[in-house]
Design a protein around this ligand. Structure first.
Ligand SMILES: NC(=O)C1=CN([C@@H]2O[C@H](COP(=O)(O)OP(=O)(O)OC[C@H]3O[C@@H](n4cnc5c(N)ncnc54)[C@H](OP(=O)(O)O)[C@@H]3O)[C@@H](O)[C@H]2O)C=CC1
Ligand SMILES: CCCCCCCCCCCCCCCC(=O)[C@@H](N)CO
Length: 341
């Protein structure tokens, strides 16, 4: 039997490892936390609202595979403040017996849709804070901890990890395609894709140094580091319900065909793709098409599928592009310029 059923390598082992998930109190982050609890991880969730965090911890820990040995923890932090990311990593390391977390998932984010000229300047900046800077500050704190053994972080104890560490970013399929109504949000998510590609390139340097003659326990990081980014489409979350309130009707027209996923569905696909070794990860078919049409120089998950799919989407855009332009034009023609909510 073993001859026929070749078990593929799991590139994202989580059993017994410690995972930090920001935005873990609801929506996709809560779905991820529950799934990883089921797969045997120790989980720390981070968000601002303590009541929601407490309720989520109860919900997440109930899914634990080994309730006697797995541990769960929450930290209340506003991640738009850079020093809060540093504190989170320090606190998790202390909680985790002096060992830094194995996996950190920058998932916190919020969308404030609306027409560009209607959005106050402060909201434009706040959207960058909530979506770009939260993840970037966390990446900076985490990579400093993982890459600099002699950094400000408490000295780590015990044996060096043998498995790679992972930093995962939740972006959005809107990173691949700009549509009316998301001008405050999409640029932040597109910037995260660029951050992901840049860090992926840079981390090769440390992987090389670990194996070179210059690498030593004192100067080289103790484990390889893998970076990944996930690009979901519509997720039926509390955040999504809130954004629907301020969403311009033309935006609803444009995203009408986007299949909605529950927090559990999106978490299951994201983790499955990570287990397969995915780097730039979409979570449903439309998202995969959007991804394929916007690959640029990003490392491929599967060179054959990604290349052929990108050719197909290049042709598809010749029809979809004008169709979407026409939908926005038609909405203006029929309803005028006002936000008809
Ligand atoms: N919903 C959707 O349709 C889509 C969402 N996404 C992205 O997926 C991720 C999850 O979204 P979703 O599932 O909708 O989750 P929600 O919007 O429902 O929840 C957001 C989570 O992030 C936390 N959070 C928000 N701001 C901060 C902050 N400044 N500091 C710390 N924590 C914060 C919230 O807790 P609290 O408010 O208590 O801080 C909450 O736990 C986000 O990055 C989002 O942009 C991507 C594609 C589609
Ligand atoms: C060949 C390619 C064809 C592409 C057609 C593109 C159609 C546009 C679909 C827009 C989907 C938007 C999902 C929103 C997710 C999100 O991040 C917000 N809900 C924030 O929470």
């Amino acid at each position: 039997m073993g001859f026929f059923i070749r078990k593929r390598k799991n590139h994202f082992p989580v059993d017994g490892r410690t995972v930090v998930i920001t935005g873990g109190s609801q929506g996709m982050g809560r779905g991820l936390a529950k799934l990883l609890a089921k797969k045997g991880s120790n989980v720390v969730i981070v968000a601002r609202d303590v009541k929601k965090l407490q309720a989520a911890i109860e919900y997440i820990s109930a899914a634990a595979a080994n309730p006697q040995t797995q541990r769960f923890h929450y930290i209340s932090a506003d991640l738009t403040n850079p020093s809060e990311s540093v504190r989170v990593i320090e606190e998790v390391t202390a909680w985790n017996n002096g060992q830094p977390p194995d996996i950190v998932w920058a998932n916190a984010g919020t969308a404030r849709p609306g027409l560009f000229v209607e959005i106050p300047i402060e909201t434009l900046r706040a959207q960058m804070d909530a979506n770009y800077w939260t993840a970037t500050y966390l990446a900076h704190a985490t990579l400093n901890c993982w890459l600099k053994p002699a950094s400000a972080f408490p000295a780590t104890e015990g044996p060096a990890p043998t498995l790679p560490r992972h930093f995962v970013i939740t972006s959005s399929s809107l990173a691949f395609c700009g549509i009316a109504g998301y001008s405050a949000y999409s640029p932040a998510k597109a910037a995260l894709r660029s951050l992901s590609d840049s860090l992926r390139s840079e981390l090769n340097l440390y992987a090389g140094a670990r194996r070179a003659k210059y690498g030593s326990a004192a100067t080289a990081p103790p484990a390889d580091i893998k970076i990944h980014s996930v690009y979901p489409g519509t997720i039926l979350s509390p955040g999504h319900a809130a954004e629907e309130q301020s969403k311009h009707p033309v935006t609803k027209v444009l995203e009408e065909g986007d299949p909605a996923q529950t927090e559990d569905q999106v978490a299951a696909v994201a983790v499955r793709e990570l287990e397969k070794g995915g780097y730039l990860i979409s979570t449903q078919f439309l998202g995969s098409a959007m991804r394929a049409s916007a690959l640029q120089g990003s490392p491929r998950n599967n060179w054959f599928v990604d290349t052929v799919f990108s050719w197909a989407t290049s042709i598809a855009w010749l029809f979809i592009g004008p169709d979407m332009e026409g939908k926005v034009y038609k909405w203006g023609k029929e309803n005028g310029m006002t936000n008809a909510q």
